[in-house]
Design a protein around this ligand. Sequence first.
Ligand SMILES: NC(=O)c1ccc[n+]([C@@H]2O[C@H](COP(=O)([O-])OP(=O)(O)OC[C@H]3O[C@@H](n4cnc5c(N)ncnc54)[C@H](O)[C@@H]3O)[C@@H](O)[C@H]2O)c1
Length: 267
Amino acid sequence: MPNRTITELTDLRGQVAIVTGGARGIGEGIGIRLAQSGATVYLADLNGELAETTAGSLRGQGHQVRALAVDVSDVSAVQGMVEIVVAATGRLDVLVNNAGIFPFSSALQTSEDLWDRVLDVNLKSAFFASQAAARQMAQQDRGGRIVNIASIDSLHPTGNLAHYDASKGGMLMLTRSLAVEFAPLGIRVNAIAPGGITTPGAQEINTSILATGISTEELTSAFMARIPLRRMGEPDDIAMAVLYFATPLSDYATGALLVVDGGYLLT
Ligand SMILES: NC(=O)c1ccc[n+]([C@@H]2O[C@H](COP(=O)([O-])OP(=O)(O)OC[C@H]3O[C@@H](n4cnc5c(N)ncnc54)[C@H](O)[C@@H]3O)[C@@H](O)[C@H]2O)c1
């Protein structure tokens, strides 16, 4: 017979979380659910002003949410992010590596600058944020949890996104490698592979798709036709999966990839 109730298992009061790219989209959705579970949440985002607006609105609902302006592709800024949080709260329990960019570009046209930017924001950031977080978590009684936002592109290529697909494929193996190395430290590392989620970033890709010569309508209708659940995902669909990995609900899971895509990859 289980000895903890569902309410106890999802109770993050007294715990501290960082969500990168938390100002909007999937990161904002994750911040909301972690805050509702009682965690003190830091929304770390390149757009510090928007992060502050999002954090302010969540504080207005009674949650403990703060904003940090951070470019996660800058290793020293990422280390500073963890230092600021630990200086303010004394701990770090949950890190969600969510910040990411997905500019469409054909492989023939992708520049070195674009390749470096995408790999730095999507993958290098997750490694160095996890390293900084783990150095803190390893010293704590409860260890910690790291959740990486990968993508269905970790498993299956989308056209004109070779740079992005490489970063998200890397995110999957980074998750598995760190899961093995950090397990003795009491730190679990898991990943989520979202399918098509309605976010401001996903809406903005329209402009970069146009540059590839494929119409947005063609791409969207082909995508929708492949989703057995017949709808795009919402940020909260991913936030609920993060809650699973951020709490003792997933105590025996590490190095796992949870696909949350409405069944897209099955077809
Ligand atoms: N939306 C989707 O369909 C989808 C599907 C699969 C995976 N994902 C992944 O989910 C994550 C979030 O995507 P989204 O759709 O919510 O995007 P979004 O563009 O709506 O939000 C991303 C947030 O990250 C921030 N950000 C970007 N670069 C940053 C940097 N260098 N440092 C700090 N913050 C930075 C942005 O300011 C923004 O607030 C990304 O990793 C993305 O690859 C999204």
